[in-house]
Design a protein around this ligand. Structure first.
Ligand code: GLV
Ligand code: MN
Ligand code: MN
Length: 402
């Protein structure tokens, strides 16, 4: 808990927590984590994508690893457990093994991914996609709000984007990927349970919509003659909410909007906004996105606006591996606790890691299900139970082939 507090002090916001990919605060958080990894007996360094990676050898050097981790970046005005708790808990487990001088028949690697939230460059899971080898080189041309590309930001950070292929792991090197994370939902709390086992991570689609009309004088242009891009966007946001409400388990969010030129006495000529759509069933999500495209296009036509809809990113839903879920469940039962399985509505690094390894996730109860919010909170008891379950899972871990 103290380490979560310590990481939360590495923030671009005084009095709050915002830490985006390849920022000075991100460097400080990464350095702190590398230090804790070394204290826990790991070899630790940043990789070429800015992930903090620690390795604890098994009974012999060079064995394939059980990979544990989560992310070190945050959303804007974030809580201090989303991501960080998983990295810190994994380091604690290795520290406990190290203090017992215990080596396992496999290596353990702990990764603090540099980017999961995708806040800076609008595209998510950059750290885990690089490690899984699924990050297309052209993604490095994505730019942040000030026009800096990922490739330039990596160089400015002192990393070499040409070395990205070195970050990629082979399937044969990773026995499984397991992540502890706060639930970010209300289920465990409602049922009085400290931990749960994730069955699958919901898929998502992220879109960027541009509406272009005509800027004009707010006092002189009659209402019937306006091509107001913001009034149109308001209608579109209503449509996103209506479509999502009408389909069970579908969620849709407009989280960002920018209106230009942005003055009280000017009709907005151009609006950019984002749409985030998620569902447990991929076909449901894809159909909803098609429906949104067509409804938004009708609004643009009726209002005589130009429309562009860009798909920023999409990910299929990612099932956790039954053999790993069973091992996590045994670790939960070993603590005398009942097992609760539940899906994840939030995205996680496991979605990307699935390209090279089977994945598992352990959820820890959080207060009120609140996350992506500074009010995010967990109890010390639950953090300890989560870490104890993770430790037992690691200690008893049997690879699929064994
Ligand atoms: C990450 O937290 C996401 O689900 O957007
Ligand atoms: Mn998050
Ligand atoms: Mn997270």
């Amino acid at each position: 808990m103290q380490r979560c507090d310590a990481l939360a002090r590495h923030s671009e916001l005084p009095g709050g927590l915002t830490r985006v990919f390849l920022s000075p605060e991100g460097r400080d958080a990464g350095e702190a984590v590398l230090g804790w990894m070394r204290e826990a007996g790991m070899q630790a360094a940043l990789d070429a994508m800015g992930n903090a990676v620690g390795r604890y050898e098994g009974v012999r050097a060079g064995l394939p690893c059980l990979m544990l981790g989560s992310h070190l970046d945050t959303v804007r005005d974030a809580g201090k457990y989303d991501g960080m708790l998983g990295v810190i808990s994994a380091i604690e487990c290795v520290d406990a093994l190290n203090k017992q001088r215990k080596k396992l028949p496999f290596a353990i690697e702990v990764v603090g991914f540099g980017d999961e939230e995708g806040v800076r460059f609008g595209t998510t899971l950059l750290g885990s996609r690089a490690l899984a080898g699924t990050l297309a080189p052209e993604v490095l041309e994505a730019k942040d709000a000030s026009g800096t590309s990922i490739a330039s930001a990596l160089r400015e950070f002192g990393l070499n984007p040409d070395r990205l292929s070195n970050v990629k792991r082979k399937k044969s090197e990773v026995l499984a990927y397991a992540e502890l994370h706060i639930e970010q939902g209300p289920v465990l709390e409602a049922e009085g349970l400290p931990v749960g086992v994730v069955t699958a991570i919901n898929g998502f689609s992220r879109l960027r919509v541009a509406l272009r009309g005509e800027a004009g004088h707010a006092g002189t242009v009659p209402m019937a003659l306006r091509r107001d891009a913001l009034a149109a966007a308001a209608e579109c946001i209503g449509v996103v909410e209506r479509v999502a409400k009408n389909v069970p388990e579908l969620v849709g969010t407009v989280g960002r909007i920018e209106a230009k030129p942005g003055a009280i006495n000017v009709i907005p000529g151009e609006v950019l906004f984002t749409i985030d759509v998620r569902a447990p069933v991929d076909d449901v999500r894809v159909e909803a996105v098609d429906e949104l495209r067509s409804l938004i296009s009708n609004i643009a036509q009726r209002r005589n606006l130009q429309l562009e809809i860009e798909t920023l990113q999409q990910f299929r839903s990612s099932a956790c591996a039954p053999w790993l879920m069973e091992q996590l469940e045994r670790a939960i039962q070993a603590q005398g606790l009942p097992v609760r399985r539940l899906p994840s509505g939030a995205g996680h690094d496991g979605m990307a890691m699935k390209a090279i390894a089977d994945i598992a996730m352990l959820f820890v109860r959080c207060k009120g299900g609140v996350s992506h919010n500074p009010a995010e909170s967990i109890t010390e008891e639950d953090a300890a139970i989560g870490a104890a379950v993770l430790f037992d899972f690691i200690h008893e871990f049997k690879p699929l082939s064994a």
